[in-house]
Design a protein around this ligand. Structure first.
Ligand code: A2P
Length: 338
């Protein structure tokens, strides 16, 4: 099989690290793997297939010999380097929000709209959606296809790893400080995250929503190719290290029962039903860590409206929400396009 030179930009970060692991796990056809990060990481190395690879500093000419670039080093890094990489002949799969809503850049979840990847040819960039959007659309697309979703009301319970390495350290340090009766330092989030819930993810916009909430609204419409779906979101950071949970309420055009939803999602790619409330079985963040599936449970009819469903959806935000989705996109690229 043909192999490709691959660069991971932000390789030392929470998502970048996972990208390297997943490339190895899935035996992606890598000829040479280039690990890129900032000057802060000079001298570091990462393990890949039993070898220790040095981390190199990201530079304008880093991509001359690279065919696929997986970017997760923040929006400003992508804004500058993704177009440079694309010009050098590298196809970029970008995990930041820098290009997601650009009309000439595809926004892809392989289980939902793999055909959109073809559009990469326009700018050489494919956008990876926001983590909370990915797991939601994986669970909802089969229902939308069957009975058309008119409205989505979602509340998220998002893990700190979505913010990056520093936030993982912050939750751990604050928890230790509080249990040791010491004053916790607050650096990453505007308020303490340990033993707390923050109803703010990303910055506030003029309409009173956060940027994360509006990402869920806008990205869902773009991925599902349906501007008519009404979406409203409340995104909350919770003191969980890995895996996002979501309470999702939908209103559908045609009636669908809870049993029919379960039946549909049993067959849906990337979904695993975990729904046996009588035995206290439902999706849990701690069970989703390190797993590829989007777990769906607590499926029940919304008795307050005629055609409504409630469900609880959990997935590993660093995997399906970020690194795995990016690698799955790259797999389709090499299979069908490169
Ligand atoms: P570094 O570790 O050298 O700072 P996280 O999201 O977990 O905080 O990780 C962010 C990733 O993006 C890290 O790998 C980080 O590298 C990388 N990064 C951040 N800023 C830059 C930059 N200006 N140039 C290259 N890599 C960057």
């Amino acid at each position: 099989m043909k192999a490709f030179n691959v660069a991971v930009v932000g390789a030392t970060g929470a998502v970048g690290n996972e990208m390297v692991k997943i490339l190895e796990e899935r035996n992606f056809p890598v000829a040479k793997l280039l690990l890129l990060a900032s000057e802060r990481s000079l001298g570091k190395s990462l393990e890949y297939k039993g070898q220790s690879l040095p981390v190199e500093v990201l530079k304008e000419d880093s991509f001359t010999d690279v065919r696929i670039g997986l970017f997760s080093a923040g929006g400003s890094v992508s804004e500058k380097y993704a177009p440079l990489a694309a010009r050098a002949g590298c196809v970029v799969v970008d995990n930041t929000s820098a290009f997601r809503m650009a009309p000439d850049i595809p926004l892809v979840v392989p289980e939902v709209n793999p055909e959109a990847i073809a559009q990469y040819k326009q700018r050489g960039i494919i956008a990876n959606p926001n983590c909370s959007t990915v797991q939601m659309v994986v669970a909802l697309k089969p229902i939308h296809d069957a009975v058309r979703i008119k409205r989505i009301v979602v509340s998220t319970y998002q893990a700190v790893s979505g913010t990056g390495k520093k936030a993982i350290e912050e939750l751990s340090n604050q928890t230790r400080a509080l249990l040791g009766m010491r004053e916790p330092a607050v650096k990453v989030y505007p308020h303490r995250i340990a033993f707390n819930c923050l109803p703010q993810i990303d910055v506030f916009l003029d309409n009173g929503y956060t940027k994360e909430e509006m990402k869920m609204v806008n990205e869902t419409k773009k991925i599902m190719k349906d501007d008519s779906i009404a979406v409203t979101a409340t995104t909350v950071r919770v003191p969980v290290f890995y895996a996002h949970s979501e309470s999702i309420n939908i209103e559908t055009e045609k009636k669908i029962t809870a049993a029919e939803v379960r039946e549909l999602l049993e067959k849906a790619p990337g979904v695993k039903i975990v729904d046996d409330p009588r035995n206290l079985v439902y999706p849990l963040a701690i069970d989703a860590v390190g797993r590829d599936e989007t777990f769906v449970g607590r499926i029940r009819e919304d008795e307050s409206i005629t055609n409504g469903i409630n469900m609880w959806v959990v997935s590993d935000n660093l995997r399906k929400g970020a690194a795995l989705n990016a690698v799955q996109i790259a797999e389709i690229l090499v299979r069908d396009y490169l």
